[in-house]
Design a protein around this ligand. Structure first.
Ligand SMILES: C[S@@+](CC[C@H](N)C(=O)[O-])C[C@H]1O[C@@H](n2cnc3c(N)ncnc32)[C@H](O)[C@@H]1O
Length: 354
């Protein structure tokens, strides 16, 4: 067999779960060959199936979020890059980011939050283990980042999550590669408050990073530091007010009551398994963290994009904050989770709809 694929790779190409691929094989709709414990498929068979074996259907809408073209009989989806599509106020597109991004309008999004697969960190998740080498992963990263750059506004910011927890040097390479592609703007440390992945030969990792990029060196990104001030505690305010160097006590107090500027080390506990917020995604981010990023980087009514939506944290935060959003997610189960999550949010956008 030449150019063979595992069921995981075929699942990624077709944008369906591995279970769906196994079902298609069982039904005789996708030819395969058993090798040891693995089922292998010919790449050409998968491509033929991708072209002819799908059905397009319409776009159901509920709770203000339209999930693109889910074909009911196959659990498959079809995304279109034939024409640039306009986007709604809140929308999920089920599909591969690399297929969906080219269909989005250029220079549209004020902010992009990307929490991509990390590359072989979550070993049990098929979506984190599709690349055969770090170079392959880096090439893939470059492809979607270039598309993000195209759809990002000139004064917009692109936030990308990454971590070094298991010594994935690939994140370091990702950062240096992307700093050549766009302009480095900031590196936020998300201090998860508790350590993870126990290691005996080093300190326990406790943080993730968020690389922030802007379009060019001269670009002046929108950023509202006042929107994310942190309150001083009362004792601190009282002790500052005792400082004799400040003559105008009222002005000093008004200033202190505005709170202090947030730093680029953000301490927000990661979600425990037992957390009420947790809704069944292995790398769900705390909504407070995403809230903070969106509040500082967008105004009400701006467009926010998340190309790897997962459990919909970006969508939920954007909706709560009255921002328009678009999320892309390749796994139908996570789209379902997100739709349910959003149905619990009563969003009253404070911008006028056009
Ligand atoms: C790290 S998780 C995102 C978690 C998300 N930030 C949250 O709070 O739930 C990455 C997500 O990207 C999805 N994914 C992986 N490859 C994809 C692709 N090529 N296109 C779109 N989504 C993809 C995975 O299914 C997974 O849900």
């Amino acid at each position: 067999m030449e150019n063979v694929l595992t069921t995981g790779a075929a699942a990624l190409i077709l944008g369906v779960s591995q279970a769906r691929i196994r079902k298609l094989i069982k039904e005789g709709r996708l030819p395969s060959e058993k090798r040891g414990r693995d089922l292998l498929l010919q790449e050409t068979d998968v491509q033929v199936f991708a072209k002819h074996g799908r059905k397009k259907i319409g776009r159901p809408t509920d709770n203000g979020c339209s999930c693109a073209m889910v074909a009911e009989d196959e659990g498959m989806y079809q995304t279109s890059n034939e024409s640039i599509q306009t986007i709604g106020n809140g929308e999920i597109r089920l599909g591969d980011a690399l297929n969906v991004l080219p269909s989005l309008p250029s220079n549209q999004f004020q902010m992009i939050i990307a929490d991509p697969p990390y590359f072989q960190v979550l070993l049990e998740e098929q979506w984190d283990n599709t690349w055969h080498s770090s170079d392959e992963y880096l090439n893939w990263t470059l492809d979607w980042v270039r598309e993000c750059k195209r759809v990002l506004k000139q004064d917009g910011l692109l936030y990308i999550f990454g971590q070094l927890g298991k010594r994935e040097h690939v994140w370091l390479h990702t950062c240096s590669m992307l700093a050549k592609e766009m302009q480095f703007h900031d590196m936020i440390i998300w201090d998860r408050a508790v350590g993870y992945n126990e290691r005996y030969d080093s300190f326990t990792p406790q943080y993730e990073m968020i690389l922030v990029l802007r379009q060019t060196a001269n670009a002046k990104p929108y950023f509202d530091k006042d929107a994310v001030r942190l309150p001083y505690d009362e004792d601190k305010i009282q002790s500052y007010l005792r400082d004799k160097r400040y003559k105008d006590k009222d002005a000093r107090e008004r200033h202190l009551r505005k709170g202090k500027y947030a730093t680029n080390i953000v301490r927000i506990p990661s979600l425990k398994g037992s957390s009420k917020e947790k809704i069944g995604h292995p790398s769900q981010k705390p909504i407070t963290l995403i809230n903070q990023l969106i509040s500082a980087s967008t105004r009400k009514g701006d467009y926010v994009l998340d190309p790897f939506l997962g459990s919909g944290t970006t969508a939920a935060a954007a909706q709560e904050l009255g921002r328009r959003w678009l999320g892309i997610e390749s796994h139908p189960d996570y789209v379902k989770i997100t739709r349910k999550r959003l149905s619990d949010i009563i969003a009253i956008p404070e911008f006028s709809l056009d």
